[in-house]
Design a protein around this ligand. Structure first.
Ligand SMILES: Cc1cc2nc3c(=O)[nH]c(=O)nc-3n(C[C@H](O)[C@H](O)[C@H](O)COP(=O)(O)OP(=O)(O)OC[C@H]3O[C@@H](n4cnc5c(N)ncnc54)[C@H](O)[C@@H]3O)c2cc1C
Length: 413
């Protein structure tokens, strides 16, 4: 038995990209159906991103029920640490912008609640297997639910927001058609029950390798250190983990507690060759991935859907195909800037396994040329807090104040 659903936009993936796209489309009166192979509980409990750009948070906070400003916390800077000394990059002072630490799974809880309350059709545990009729005016997703029943979703437009192993990308141009970079390291990540070791994130370069000290709440902290991407997370006990972190962040007394989650994330940079063809497009991790050092993945997914929603509104609302024809070129401008920033932060902060003494000393010279120069610090601050997204109608008058500068302006007026 195959059941068929018809809609204007069929979206594969209820991650940040798919859910925010459905919200923006609904604001323009465009109907969509979302399929996700996971259950709502699985989506809400997968721990990933934490650092959100200012415009990402402004968009999230404009969606009814968002807790971005109550549960999340604003960060006006980070510390770059090398040679045992910390150097603050003052985002608010340099570029009058900030970032927010708001866990991705909390944002997803807000988004799912808001979309379901608005009557959004979300099919959980429905896996897309193929996209058919891809060069027609009515492409179709072929999916199967948990019980094995076939589900076809026929639409005016199909969007792949289905993450790095995207089925929609494969239909568009083949799963490996694109530009790749592999890295000879990954991150070993932990969650620990302990108070924060610092008020802001510490990005630490040490001769032993990179470490990141991040925060989650008053009682739970997130920390990472550079590791072999193929290592087994269970091969290190708690004592070895803390010894590694202590060596990698010299001069900072880390607050330690029980480690209740650990895992290894491999690093990869990728941009798909084709982002759109006819009535199919891919966004977010389906279209590109970055190593997490620059905190760009989810932010880039949001930026993609802001551009795509505007193009779909023109195509489906006004029969204007101009914006969808230029969608890929428009999205690529930011994608490649974010690719560069993520690669730059990664290569500047990590130790390459076969690095020579020359490489190591050059890297310290690079770090010094950033922290010793206001222009160097400002470039990092501008890219990290995010290039403006032109949110316009996407947030309307609901735009909240999320930067230090906005808050000061509001207080003064
Ligand atoms: C350790 C770590 C730290 C990170 N930190 C940051 C950070 O600080 N800031 C930042 O911006 N980003 C960060 N990221 C990246 C961020 O998590 C991703 O870029 C983001 O999740 C991309 O969102 P998405 O909606 O494109 O894809 P996803 O979140 O991957 O969502 C895709 C969805 O599609 C579904 N799906 C997949 N295939 C199918 C199918 N065939 N049929 C139906 N459904 C399907 C999946 O179940 C999933 O729910 C981090 C990532 C990691 C791993």
């Amino acid at each position: 038995m195959t059941s068929t659903v018809r809609t204007q936009v069929a979206i594969v993936g209820a991650g940040p990209a798919g859910l925010i796209l459905s919200h923006l489309l609904a604001q323009s009166g465009i109907e969509s159906v979302i399929l996700d192979r996971r259950s709502r509980e699985e989506i809400e409990s997968t721990i990933r991103a934490g650092i959100l750009e200012q415009d990402t948070v402004d968009l999230l906070a404009s969606i009814p029920g968002s807790r971005a400003h109550t549960v999340g916390s604003r960060h006006d800077g980070i510390e770059l640490r090398f040679d045992g000394v910390g150097h603050r990059i003052d985002f608010a002072g340099l570029v009058s912008r900030s970032v927010w630490l708001y866990p991705q799974h909390e944002a997803l809880k807000d988004l799912l609640a808001a979309r379901l309350a608005a009557g959004q059709d979300i099919r959980f545990r429905a896996t897309a297997h193929a996209v058919e009729d891809i060069d027609s005016e009515r492409p179709r997703i072929v999916a199967r639910d948990d019980a094995g029943a076939e589900l076809d979703v026929e639409a005016d437009f199909v969007v792949g927001a289905d993450g790095s192993r995207s089925v929609v990308r494969s239909a568009l141009s083949g799963s490996h058609a694109g530009y790749f970079r592999e890295y000879p390291f990954g991150w070993f990540g932990i969650l620990t029950e302990a108070p924060p070791s610092a008020d802001e994130l510490i990005y630490s370069n040490s001769p032993d390798g990179f470490a990141l000290i991040s925060q989650r709440s008053e009682t739970v902290q997130r920390m990472y250190f550079q590791c072999d991407p193929h290592m087994d997370a269970d091969s290190m006990n708690d004592q070895q983990i803390w010894e590694t972190l202590d060596r990698r962040v010299p001069g900072v007394e880390l607050k330690k507690g029980p480690i209740f989650q650990k895992g290894v994330v491999p690093f990869r940079s990728f941009v798909a060759r084709d982002l759109q063809r006819g009535r199919i497009a891919i966004v977010g991790d389906a279209a590109h991935t970055v190593p997490p050092t620059g905190a760009k993945g989810m932010n880039l997914a949001v930026a993609d859907v802001v551009v795509l929603a505007r193009a779909l509104e023109a195509l489906l609302g006004r029969s204007d195909s101009g914006p969808i024809d230029s969608f890929a070129d428009e999205a690529r401008k930011r994608i490649w800037k974010a690719q560069h920033f993520s690669w730059w932060m990664t290569s500047m902060l990590h130790q390459i396994p076969d690095a020579s003494e020359y490489d190591r000393l050059r890297q310290l010279g690079e770090l010094r040329s950033v922290v010793d120069s206001e222009h160097g610090r400002a470039y990092l601050a501008e890219a990290y807090t995010g290039w403006p997204m032109d949110l316009g109608a996407a947030i309307g008058s609901a735009a909240p104040a999320s930067s230090a500068a906005d808050l000061l302006t509001r207080r003064a007026s």
